[in-house]
Design a protein around this ligand. Structure first.
Ligand code: ZN
Length: 85
């Protein structure tokens, strides 16, 4: 009998939709800035469609990072996305 594949499901912080972990971008917040997940700290996830919706995205990021510096967060996020792909 085939072994059942059991994907890890995580929630996107922006739209709150659930996706497989490997389909989400995993980032963390450090000192009011964003970083790619490096093995420690509190992380959160973003789905591909939210990455295209800057307005919604920036609000979710500010909430997660408890930061009002939208510009800084969005610039950092773009850096992370570019590095990652
Ligand atoms: Zn989303």
């Amino acid at each position: 009998m085939a072994k059942k594949f059991n994907p890890i499901i995580r929630m996107c912080i922006s739209c709150r939709a659930r996706h497989r972990q490997n389909e989400l971008l995993r980032i963390k917040c450090n000192e009011s800035s964003l970083e790619i997940f490096d093995g420690n700290g509190r992380t959160f996830y973003l789905c591909d469609s939210c990455l295209l919706d800057e307005k919604k995205l920036s609000r979710a990021l500010m909430r997660q990072c408890k930061s009002g510096d939208k510009e800084k967060l969005m610039n950092k996020l773009k850096e992370i996305i570019t590095d990652d792909r």
